[in-house]
Design a binder for this molecule. Structure first.
Ligand code: F6P
Length: 319
């Protein structure tokens, strides 16, 4: 039996609610007491902590956002802020913590673990950039949202024979751009991990036109630079008028896909099992379809790489 705290941190991601539900229900099922910490590490430092019962997580599995709210906190990065957070955990007698969040939140967990807190992190971010896990909660939903939007954009692009630059999120990584670019049949994808070659993009656009395909979609990862700049440069080189779409926060909202709900349910319940088994200071991720624990120290030494074969595939399929 433990007293388990759960929080969501950083950018919200569809499926976080399913993960909260799994932590609460699996914890109660195993005889633990579960507390929800509101607004991520901000709420932890402020002691904004509430007991959770079975009913408190009813009807949230299908909702985007996070019922516990989330937050980004610079204060938590300071030793003083973290000490306040650790004091709050002690005041509430919380002896195991589950954190659902992205790369920055996992770093926060490592600092707590170094301070002696029993913590397990699970990856929740649409960016899918958390190392040592091939998937993070929210990524699949965001890729589907991008597909849904770009399919509509393609209708009008085709009708008016236009080229669109569609900017997607991902911070400084291109996981979202690559997965969605492959899924929508993008004519070009620009990723932070691959040096930008606008000559090649322009060549591909001209080649499309030469074979009478007069509309195109260029997927741009936000980490590459401004969509307006890229579009302007393409127009200067080709003379093609461009339209620009910045998909923005729509990518973070909406009901989670079944894949995200199931992933979140497995990770949330898995994190409880990890804590109850006496293991902590871990990142719990998904690899080869199985849950896998990695020491936070080890996980944060590695950087997750993009599958460049997929990038080549996009190019092959959009000749
Ligand atoms: O980390 C998730 C994410 O949506 C990134 O893709 C994006 O760069 C960032 O958060 C946007 O953050 P905010 O909502 O704080 O502007």
């Amino acid at each position: 039996m433990l007293r388990i705290g759960v929080l969501t941190s950083g950018g919200d991601a569809p499926g976080m609610n399913a993960a909260i539900r799994a932590v609460v229900r699996a914890g109660i099922f195993r005889g633990s007491t579960v507390f929800g910490i509101r607004r991520g590490f901000l709420g932890l430092m402020a002691g904004d902590i509430v007991p959770m019962d079975v009913g408190s997580v009813a009807d949230i599995i299908y909702r985007g956002g996070t019922a516990l709210l989330t937050g980004r906190s610079d204060e938590f990065k300071s030793g003083e802020g973290r000490q306040r957070a650790m004091n709050a955990l002690q005041d509430f007698g919380i002896d195991g913590l589950v954190v659902i969040g992205g790369d920055g939140s996992v770093r926060g967990c490592r600092e707590l673990a170094r301070g002696g807190i029993r913590v397990v992190a699970i990856p929740g971010t649409i960016d899918n950039d958390v190392p040592c896990s091939e998937l993070s909660i929210g990524f699949d939903t965001a890729v589907n949202t991008i597909c849904y939007a770009v399919d509509k954009i393609r209708d009008t692009a085709e009708a008016l024979e236009r080229t669109f630059v569609v900017e997607v999120m991902g911070r400084d990584t291109g996981f979202l751009a690559l997965a969605s670019g492959l899924a929508v049949g993008a004519e070009s994808i620009l990723l932070p991990e691959v040096p930008t070659d606008l000559d090649e993009v322009c060549l591909r656009l001209r080649r499309s036109r030469a074979r009478s395909k007069r509309h195109s979609i260029v997927i741009l990862a936000e980490g590459v630079g401004s969509a307006y700049d890229i579009a302007r440069q393409i127009t200067e080189r080709t003379g093609f008028p461009m339209r620009i779409i910045i998909l923005g926060h729509i990518q973070r909202g909406g009901a989670p896909t079944a894949l995200d709900r199931n992933l979140a349910s497995r990770l949330g319940a898995g994190a409880v099992e990890t804590l109850l088994a006496g293991r902590h200071g871990k990142l719990l991720g998904l690899n080869g379809g199985c849950l896998q624990e990695t020491d936070l120290e080890v996980a944060l030494e590695s950087r997750k790489g993009l599958n460049l074969a997929e990038y080549e595939l996009v190019k092959t399929l959009s000749i």
